[in-house]
Design a protein around this ligand. Structure first.
Ligand code: DGY
Length: 322
């Protein structure tokens, strides 16, 4: 009998096509909203595997009730929505989609850096609100990033792409902090490993490209922002909970840092009345790092392939479990 796969969201068509061509029975999601948790569990009980994403909470409750799952395939590189330890205990493999979104996400980090340094979103809002006065020699000026120091927190695949862009476009000096040394980056980008404290004190721009885990949760807090340069720009395209939002607001208000560009917030979606959205030196996007047609197609292809290969050969090509 063919295996039943539940799609928790509307994914690019290629995922459905690949799975159906391989003989799976796919249950599609009709509306482009996440299931509520209870409904997700109930629906998953009727399926052998799910294709899920970061808006689905695959927590203890889910895993206890759906311990029959053959495989959980995540449409994302990050998987902090999934209790991997518990899934591993239950023998459920977790697939994800690394590599596919490196360039697209780095583009957004780079775009946010440029937009923030020149207050682009604020300037755009001025036009919309009829506040474009005359050319002003000194009003609302930005700052330049050319030749400055870029500090990458988490120099993996995406961080590497961001560093490449910043180096090529603005000859930035790259320093980084990571769990382990990235010799490739040191060789090809002349990147220098520094302790966390030095990353904070030396960087003109700090860009986050780490996973969210207990070691990184709110690591960018009051203490960290206080150590950063007063002209520093903070970019987060990783996960919202890596920074503490009220500490970030405070750091921007008191001038401890100069600006912030965020593609991720905590919670998501961000409340439209959030103070950050009123600040001239802040640019916020709604978690669109991987959001290009090409990248999302590739993620869908990989997520479907993780399921197909698992059933065919017993191995998941891009597996998360240790
Ligand atoms: C990821 O893949 O983890 C991104 O946040 C969404 O594509």
């Amino acid at each position: 009998m063919s295996k039943k796969i539940l799609f928790t969201r509307i994914y690019p068509k290629i995922a459905q096509t690949q799975l159906q061509e391989a003989g799976f029975k796919v249950t599609l999601r009709e509306t482009d909203t996440p299931f509520d948790h209870k409904e997700l569990i109930e629906k998953s009980k009727e399926h052998d595997a799910i294709l899920c994403t970061l808006t689905d909470k695959i927590d203890d409750t889910f895993l206890n009730e759906c311990s029959h799952m053959d495989i959980i395939s995540q449409f994302a590189v990050g998987y902090d929505n999934i209790n991997v330890e518990k899934a591993t205990e239950l023998g459920i493999p977790i697939g994800h989609t690394p590599e596919a979104l490196n360039e697209a996400t780095a583009d957004i980090a780079f775009g946010l850096l440029l937009a923030t340094s020149r207050k682009m979103f604020h300037q755009h809002k001025k036009i919309i609100h009829g506040k474009w006065g005359s050319f002003t020699p000194t009003g609302d000026l930005g700052i330049e990033i050319k030749n400055k120091t870029l500090g990458i927190f988490g120099l993996g695949r995406i961080g590497m792409e961001m560093a490449k862009l910043c180096k090529a476009a603005y000859n930035m000096n790259v320093i980084y902090h990571n769990r382990s040394r990235n010799k490739h980056a040191e060789k090809t980008l002349d990147a220098t490993y520094v302790p966390f404290e030095e990353l904070l004190t030396q960087s003109d721009v700090i860009s986050l490209h780490c996973n969210l885990n207990e070691g990184t949760r709110e690591i960018f807090n009051k203490d960290a922002f206080q150590k950063m340069k007063s002209r520093a720009i903070f970019i987060n395209t990783a996960r919202g909970p890596v920074h503490n939002e009220s500490d970030l607001i405070n750091a921007l208000q008191t001038g401890e840092i100069w600006g912030a560009g965020l593609d991720v917030t905590n919670p998501e979606p961000m409340n439209p009345n959030n103070e950050l959205l009123q600040m001239p030196n802040v640019c916020v996007l709604p978690h669109i790092g991987s959001g290009t047609e090409e990248t999302r197609d590739e993620m869908a292809r990989m997520a479907a392939n993780n399921i197909i290969e698992f059933y065919k050969n017993g191995t998941v090509p891009n597996v998360v479990n240790p």
